[in-house]
Design a protein around this ligand. Structure first.
Ligand code: ZN
Length: 376
């Protein structure tokens, strides 16, 4: 079944490297088994490594693989930092919690989305409430439901996309598409109709590992937005929140705050119209913690190019076979969009991610939750 699926990089190798580094750093490990398996019939798990005192009140959280295929970058950084932490003592009352590949199915199958075509970063909603309605997407859906990779139907879909692009421009069009939609399970940027396995698992992890924390700095690791090789450090939320001033003080001009809303705009390449972001889930799930939630975005290729490859991969899982030769090429092309093979790109994103984490680690002992006793 798997003979043509790319063997490198692989979910299993990422997991093995992470676990070896975590054990060497003396981490406490927990695992969360996903119900499905990968292209090589391998078991899929999300792993959590806690380094330092598990009852520490100040915690740095590093979360990888919200978008599965972006997890190769995130996992590499987690393992590399674990290797460095192995020889060091953390500041008093500080722990590091690494959540490795929260969407393991997506990483193993080299997809941005999960096993149900759900974009996890559109799925953190209260599904007891009516899902957001994305009317603008309705007229665009036929572009993404196209059943051909090549041929007349695909050409019609390409022409429709090109026509809308000419009329509205890339940013305006993506503000509609990337906002997410909850009506078409076979569409792009689908947010689902219930909490996904990864959503539920992240909530369990937060309950089990962050309940004791008072001050939390959380980094959700992504690639694919922004200029090639440039890192953006973002705070994304629906509204300003209490810890944002502390976050700004730690990072100064490195930090860009992005407030989301249906009429909001952004020139970062990250959609401001989106609903159901991970960062908002953290804010909702940890209301008593002094929480600074960040997104790290590593720029790769131009948005239009990435979008074309996302459409091909979307077609592949709806109408093709990820394990045949056509599938293999689509996977390799998509991988390059979100995890460039260029070793200079990889070195740069690691350098900046490490700087961001080291600054957080140095700052955490100094940040007190308002109203708490100093030195708690
Ligand atoms: Zn992402």
């Amino acid at each position: 079944m798997s003979q043509d699926f790319p063997a490198q990089p692989s979910y299993s190798a990422q997991r093995e490297r992470f676990l070896v580094a975590a054990r060497a750093a003396g981490a406490r490990l927990s695992e969360y088994r996903h119900p499905l398996s990968g292209p090589f019939d391998e078991a899929l798990l999300t792993d959590v490594a806690v380094i330092g005192d598990p009852s520490a009140s100040r915690v740095l959280v590093a979360l990888s693989g919200t978008h599965g295929i972006e997890g190769f970058y995130g996992s590499n950084c987690q393992a590399s930092w674990l290797q460095e932490l192995a020889g060091r003592e953390l500041p008093r009352d500080v722990a590091v919690v690494m959540i490795h590949l929260i969407n393991p199915w997506g990483t193993a199958w080299m997809r941005r989305v999960n096993e149900d075509n759900i974009d996890l970063n559109r799925n953190y909603l209260d599904f007891a409430q009516p899902a957001p309605v994305n009317r603008g997407y309705e007229a665009l859906h036929e572009i993404y439901a196209c059943s051909q990779l090549r041929g007349s139907q695909r050409e019609r879909a390409d022409a429709l996309l090109a026509e809308r692009l000419r009329a509205e421009g890339w940013s305006a069009l993506m503000a509609i598409v990337e906002a997410g939609q909850y009506a078409h399970p076979d569409g792009l940027f689908y947010g689902g109709q219930a909490a996904s396995w990864s959503n539920q698992t992240l909530h369990r992890i937060m309950q089990q590992h962050l309940d004791q924390a008072r001050t939390v700095m959380c980094f959700d690791l992504h690639t694919g937005a922004g200029d090639y090789g440039h890192l953006m450090l973002l705070a994304i939320a629906q509204a300003a929140y209490p810890a944002l001033d502390d976050a700004q003080a730690v990072y100064g001009p490195w930090l860009h705050t992005l407030l989301t809303g249906s009429d909001n705009q952004s020139d970062t390449g990250v959609a401001a119209t989106t609903t159901g972001y991970t960062s908002q889930a953290l804010l909702n799930a940890l209301p008593d913690q002094h929480l600074m939630q960040f997104v790290i975005e590593c720029g790769t290729y131009p948005g239009e190019q990435i979008h074309r490859h996302l459409r091909d991969d979307h077609w592949l899982h709806l109408h093709g076979d990820p394990c045949d030769r056509v599938g293999r090429q689509i996977k390799l092309d998509l991988l390059e969009q979100f995890f460039p093979a260029d070793s200079d790109w990889q070195a740069l994103v690691w350098l900046r991610t490490r700087q961001i984490w080291e600054r957080a680690l140095a700052a955490l002992p100094q940040i007190d939750q308002p109203g708490s006793k100093p030195g708690r």
